[in-house]
Ligand binder design. Structure first.
Ligand SMILES: [Zn+2]
Length: 241
């Protein structure tokens, strides 16, 4: 990954809707997840009416609902916001004692530049993982900050599992989550969610550079009427933590 020639030029990030739509409560599903999975085998997102956290790993769809249960929905299920790619590893590392903070703090040690998208896949043994899942909402939808205030959190200790996620550069503010956005799934596929914190004892990390970005905007009246005049980055940062 040292020279541009070695970069995965075919890496495409395919995205449904924009994060600022979700932040203002546009939770209606707009795109079938099965159709999205024609574009890739590795992804994260949420579901219609904010019904849990999405993980797509090895072309298999998982839904971590707010009870903590992991479901296997059909591809007909709709998403209001999700990202997917065909996972291709450009760099593989064996790691010991990696925390979420040390991954963020040591970013330049693991990633060649902050100005690209990356698919980020970790597999290993975790001392702990703290996740959350968002609960199913009914109309009128509250905004995401309100939902996040009451979200259930889950603690996993001494567990093996997979992290599926993405890094997005700073300049995507409003479109996607800037920085690392990671979801977790236990190896036995009984638990997971959106990662708030983790400590990995040992494992591997694979990253795939994505230099192309394909965005699908919802051709819907609620999206047409949406208010995108506010900078919602502070709101988003609060929710992510
Ligand atoms: Zn998430």
């Amino acid at each position: 990954m040292e020279t541009p020639k070695e970069l995965n030029q075919e890496g495409i990030l395919f995205q449904v809707s924009v994060i600022d739509a979700l932040l203002q409560g546009l939770y209606d599903g707009v795109y079938p997840v099965g159709k999205m999975m024609e574009k890739g085998d590795f992804g994260i997102g949420t579901f219609h009416a904010l019904d849990g956290e999405m993980i797509i790993l090895n072309d298999t769809l998982f839904q971590v609902v707010s009870s903590g249960e992991v479901l296997r929905p059909s591809g007909d299920i709709l998403t209001p916001f999700a990202v997917i790619t065909n996972f291709r590893s450009d760099k593989q590392l064996s790691l010991v004692e990696l925390s979420f903070d040390s991954l963020k703090g040591g970013f330049s040690h693991y990633f060649p530049t902050p100005n690209m998208f990356y698919a980020v896949k970790l597999q290993g043994e975790f001392r702990f993982v703290r996740t959350r899942s968002v609960p199913l909402q009914t109309k009128p939808y509250p905004d995401l900050a309100e939902v996040a205030a009451g979200q259930p959190e889950f603690d996993f200790e001494n567990v093996t599992g997979d992290i599926v996620g993405f890094y997005s550069p700073n300049f995507v503010k409003g479109l996607n989550v800037s920085g690392l956005h990671l979801h977790f799934l236990t190896t036995d596929r009984t638990g997971g969610g959106h990662i708030l914190n983790f400590e990995m004892k040992s494992g591997t990390m694979e990253i795939g550079l994505l230099s192309q970005y394909q965005l699908i905007l919802p051709e819907r009246s609620d999206f047409f009427r949406g208010d995108f005049t506010n900078d919602r980055s502070a709101e988003l940062e609060k929710i992510e933590k």
